[in-house]
Design a protein around this ligand. Structure first.
Ligand code: PMP
Length: 437
């Protein structure tokens, strides 16, 4: 059965205890929020410094156990069988939905749809709601910090429907420019999409303030890409919905769950009125020769055999994070990201992109003069440090930063000050190598 992280693996000090930068200080500083021992991949190699959690998180033992347990004890095709094992699979799937809904602050669990991830969720909203409601002369608004999963999906919908695609610009420190957004949104706006947290800069956006701004000016739907929100912040969807958010999407693999599962949460009235997005088994009510009627929520949007095991794994990850407390997760990441930013910015030739640490989650994107991000990532990899280099699926943002790529380090619950040391040491080593070369 899935287990919670054992409390004695958590450090004694509160996560927001002050931390000092530097290798010497790191030795005394509290370590990870959840011990590396809880993550088999990290436990297997104590020298590995995994700083790419924004791309995907390492998996806690509890999640791996939940997956193995499901397949070993409960595996059957749900919803269709009259035998006990199929009923057990059906119940495990429904319980997983309820657990993920609780984690995301969704009171009505049937308004949480399991999808493959944030990308599929965006395509579902655009393909169903968007195709039904966006037409010529309408406007679709995204931001310059949107991930391609949202940016391209809404751009293509606008092109297909003859709508105008508008992009909200950012402030100099990498936040959504709310004045520009207020100027863009009007009676013709049908959709406003933005990320809860930027994957490239780490900026945490004021979701409720933005939703209120949109509501005051339009009847547009508000679609939040929560791929980088759910792993770090309490989502509380029902509160977001009360402020005007219509849809929230996230990916399981970024919260420590398996790849290939995610969630889309939407307002019931919208979901009920929306046409199905994919057709097949489970999503139907009655199939006649010349017409078909649809199943109730959530099944209407879950055609075919569902991904039960990964839903169960995701629920285990959500239970674990929920028990840990997202406020502690964010405080821990901010402490590390603050250290990393200060130490990187103190190096000659290093430019840190984005806002101050207290406005972001655990992401630091930076550029090192004279060292291409890909070279930097390769040099760090030789030292056992995993960072991401590239455009981070945010080419419009890269253009605005005036770069083609950045280096990005990202922290999560297992990160500790030794990760920051390894990052900064590796950047300095790369600078020495390129200076001497
Ligand atoms: N949006 C953001 C902000 C992301 O960081 C990502 C993943 N990098 C996605 C969307 C897409 O998520 P997925 O690939 O899991 O569908």
């Amino acid at each position: 059965m899935s287990t919670f992280v054992s409390p004695d693996l958590l450090p004694a000090l509160p996560a927001d205890a002050p931390r000092t930068a530097g290798s010497a200080a790191a030795a005394d500083a509290p370590g990870a929020l959840v011990a590396r021992a809880e993550f088999p991949l990290l436990a297997a190699d104590p020298t590995l410094r995994y700083l790419d959690s924004a791309a995907t998180a390492q998996k806690p033992r509890a999640v791996l156990d939940a997956l193995a347990d499901y397949y070993a004890r409960e595996n059957a095709n749900p919803h269709r069988g009259a035998y006990r094992l199929s009923v057990a699979a059906t119940e495990a799937y429904a319980a997983a939905r309820a657990r993920v809904a609780r984690f995301l602050g969704v009171g009505d669990a049937d308004t949480l749809l399991f999808v493959r991830g944030t990308t599929e969720a965006m395509n579902l909203v655009a393909g169903s709601w968007g195709r039904a409601h966006v037409g010529a002369g309408d406007e679709v608004v995204v931001t310059a910090m949107d991930h391609h999963a949202a940016f391209v999906t809404w751009q293509q919908l606008a092109i297909a429907r003859g709508a105008t695609f508008r992009i909200c610009e950012l402030t100099a420190d990498g936040r959504i420019d709310l004045d520009h957004l207020a100027a863009l949104v009007g009676p013709r706006t049908r959709v406003v999409a933005f990320p809860h947290v930027s994957n490239a800069l780490g900026t945490v956006n004021p979701v409720r303030e933005i939703a209120a701004l949109v509501r005051e000016r339009s009847a547009a739907i508000v679609v939040v890409d929560g791929a980088q929100g759910a792993p770090h912040l309490a989502v509380e969807f029902d509160r977001l919905a009360a402020a005007g958010v219509d849809f929230y999407a996230c990916s399981g693999h970024k919260v420590g769950g398996p790849m290939g599962i995610g969630a889309l949460v939407g307002r019931r009235a919208l979901l009920e009125a929306m046409p199905p997005w994919q057709y097949g088994g489970d999503m139907i009510s009655l199939v006649e020769d010349q017409r078909t009627t649809w199943n109730v929520l959530p099944h209407k949007f879950e055609a075919g055999t569902p991904n039960v095991a990964d839903a169960v794994g995701l629920a285990a990850a959500c239970d674990l994070l929920g028990a840990l407390g997202l406020d502690r997760v964010l405080a821990h990441e901010r402490a590390l990201v603050g250290q990393a930013m200060a130490r990187l910015a103190a190096l000659d030739g290093v430019r840190v992109h984005g806002p101050s640490a207290e406005r972001r989650s655990g992401v630091v994107s930076f550029s090192v003069e004279g060292v291409h991000p890909h070279d930097l990532a390769t040099i760090l990899d030789e030292r056992g440090v995993c960072i991401r280099a590239g455009h981070h699926c945010a080419q419009p943002l890269m253009r605005r930063l005036g770069v083609s790529a950045t280096a990005r380090a990202s922290f999560w619950v297992y990160s500790d000050p030794a990760d920051v040391d390894a990052l900064v040491d590796g950047v300095q080593a790369a600078q020495r190598l390129f200076d001497g070369g």
